[in-house]
Design a binder for this molecule. Structure first.
Ligand code: 13P
Length: 252
């Protein structure tokens, strides 16, 4: 399903977790979100092997389905890769691009991520483009500048609030239980919004959802989601548990 704009979005990134047995958890999520949540839109991004089955299991529900990565090309000799069009064909409406684990383990640079973002749009998918600084970059006082450069590398005139979300995921906060302070999150999100506005205009930038990701849990979601310019969450570990995932969405 296409998600309406200007509501918070809580997206689950399952990473390399889940087999067909996980459809039981998906069924729990479907029941828990029946009729839609007042607080937020929901999206799950299973591994590519499960996109089709999860999309079928969630058909007609309030939960949308996305991929975790896509190739920049439509088709061709790229063994092991998956085109954005293939994800759309399986029922996905969204795709994550440029996750720090892709940047780190698959050497994806800003140009590659930008090409994947355009591929997502070509296939009619909403791109969730990830940015974020490392621990060293934050400690050196460079977090804002690093993330601004990552965002600028993604921007062109085709970016809209409807076709793109940006997820700010500090690398040091992913899977560590650590999170930035609420003030740091707000400062970063406001800076990202300003960077986007300088390119596509203030009104369009206001419609583009900025997600925070990195150790989001039911216990910290309310405070993080209330921070200025935070329009939702990209959740890793806690999205593998239906109760936790729904609790995060309800905390928005
Ligand atoms: P965790 O929520 O497990 O820290 O992962 C965050 C993340 O990388 C989501 O894309």
């Amino acid at each position: 399903m296409a998600l309406p704009e200007n509501r918070k979005l809580v997206a689950g990134n399952w990473k390399m977790n889940g087999t067909l047995a996980f459809l039981d958890t998906v069924a729990e999520m479907r029941v828990g979100a029946a009729g839609g949540l007042a607080e937020a839109d929901l999206l799950v991004c299973p591994p590519a092997t499960l996109v089709s089955a999860v999309a079928t299991a969630l058909d007609g529900s309030a939960i949308a389905v996305g991929g975790q990565d896509c190739h920049a090309e439509t088709s061709g000799a790229f063994t092991g890769d998956i085109a954005a069009e293939m994800l759309a064909d399986c029922g996905a409406t969204h795709v994550i691009v440029g996750h720090s684990e892709r940047r780190q383990y698959h050497a994806e640079d800003d140009a590659t991520v930008a090409a994947k973002l355009r591929a997502a749009h070509r296939a009619g998918l909403v791109a969730i483009a990830c940015v974020g600084e490392t621990k060293d970059e934050r400690e050196a006082g460079n977090a804002l500048a690093v993330v601004r450069a990552q965002v600028e590398a993604l921007l062109d005139d085709t970016i809209t609030g409807a076709n793109t979300c940006i997820a700010y995921e500090p690398v040091w906060a992913i899977g560590t239980g650590l999170t930035p302070t609420v003030d740091d999150v707000a400062q970063m999100h406001t800076s990202i919004r300003e960077t986007i506005a300088a390119r596509i205009g203030t009104d369009e930038a206001a419609r583009l959802r900025l997600l925070y990701g990195g150790s989001v849990k039911p216990s910290n979601a309310r405070e993080l989601m209330a921070a200025a310019d935070v329009d939702g969450a990209l959740v890793g570990g806690a999205s593998l548990n239906a109760a936790d995932f729904l609790a995060i969405a309800r905390a928005c």
